[in-house]
Design a protein around this ligand. Structure first.
Ligand code: HEC
Ligand code: HEC
Length: 240
């Protein structure tokens, strides 16, 4: 019994030692510029981590919406954040998939919800930590992101709708090729988007599954997160 315990803790210890001495050549490089915590880093945490590590859930007893929480020493992998040493910060190793079975965010979940962070995002977080990991006291207010057609909306419409709505052959005369064509809509519904009035924009009714007459409803309904994005874009005046 005693013997098993010792072996188990030795194994756990050597796993940790191996992790922390692992060469960091495979970590994405830190961004080579000054980064802004509130504008650039916290939004990444908000998007990728806080639903499991925030006010509602604290998976692994870790929460990242407060400074004290975010800087805690993790149960098995050393301090979550080591100011000025991103290569020793457990969150960086986890985000880069360098700790077995601890890729964060964990894979799985709904499509688009648990994508691994990009090398660029990890590089920004590394730069923030290497620059001293400043975290202002008190709650962080997220700045409003501006949603644009080219950057946010068109990629989604291309992905889900282009199959049937592109070029002259677009079903019902609706095509997703340009902002103008999306705004003007198709033959039977007319204008698909009324800027600042998502409630009267057929596009929103259709993609939220509330239009009972649209053919192939399963091809028109988008995930809630995407519907919200389109609604916010329309409310913002449907900018380019
Ligand atoms: C879908 C839920 C989910 C998301 C999203 C998520 N995590 Fe986790 N996280 C977990 C779970 C579950 C554990 C506990 C895993 C275990 O101990 O085996 C955990 C554990 C951790 C731990 C270890 C805490 C400790 O004390 O051991 C850290 C650090 C962590 N996550 C960081 C992050 C970061 C950084 C992100 C965003 C890039 C993130 N997580 C996103 C579910 C999540
Ligand atoms: C599998 C093919 C298919 C896909 C994918 C598809 N649609 Fe359609 N869509 C149709 C058909 C068929 C019609 C009805 C055309 C008609 O009335 O002749 C239609 C009609 C429409 C109309 C009404 C056009 C009019 O007549 O005014 C809009 C707007 C529309 N779709 C938007 C979308 C959006 C947004 C997506 C992506 C989320 C999408 N569609 C995905 C097949 C599709």
């Amino acid at each position: 019994m005693k013997f098993t315990l010792i072996v188990a803790s030795l194994t756990a210890f050597s796993a940790y030692a191996a992790e922390s001495t692992k060469p960091t050549g495979t970590l994405p490089p830190a961004a080579n510029r000054k980064v802004d915590f509130v504008g650039e880093i916290y939004p990444i945490f908000h998007e990728a981590c806080i639903r499991c590590h925030g006010p509602e859930k604290q998976k692994g007893k870790y929460r990242m919406d407060t400074r004290e929480g975010a800087f805690k020493v993790t149960s098995d992998h050393g301090p979550a954040i080591v100011p000025k040493d991103s290569a020793k910060s457990a969150i960086v190793l986890m985000m880069a998939g360098q700790i077995d079975e601890m890729l964060m965010p964990p894979p799985g979940g709904k499509a688009g919800e648990s994508d691994p962070l990009t090398a660029e995002q990890i590089g920004l977080i590394r730069a923030w930590i290497d620059q001293g990991a400043e975290w202002p006291s008190g709650p962080i207010a997220l700045r409003k992101k501006s949603i644009g057609f080219a950057s946010h909306i068109q990629p989604v419409l291309k992905q889900f709708c282009a199959e049937c709505h592109t070029g002259a052959s677009g079903q019902g005369g609706f095509h997703v090729d340009s902002l103008t064509s999306v705004l003007s809509g198709g033959e039977s519904y007319g204008r698909a988007v009324i800027p600042k009035d998502s409630g009267h924009s057929p596009l929103l009714t259709i993609v939220s599954g509330k239009d009972e007459d649209i053919p192939k409803p399963e091809k028109h309904r988008l995930p809630d997160k995407t519907v919200k994005l389109i609604r916010d874009w329309i409310q913002a005046g449907a900018p380019e």
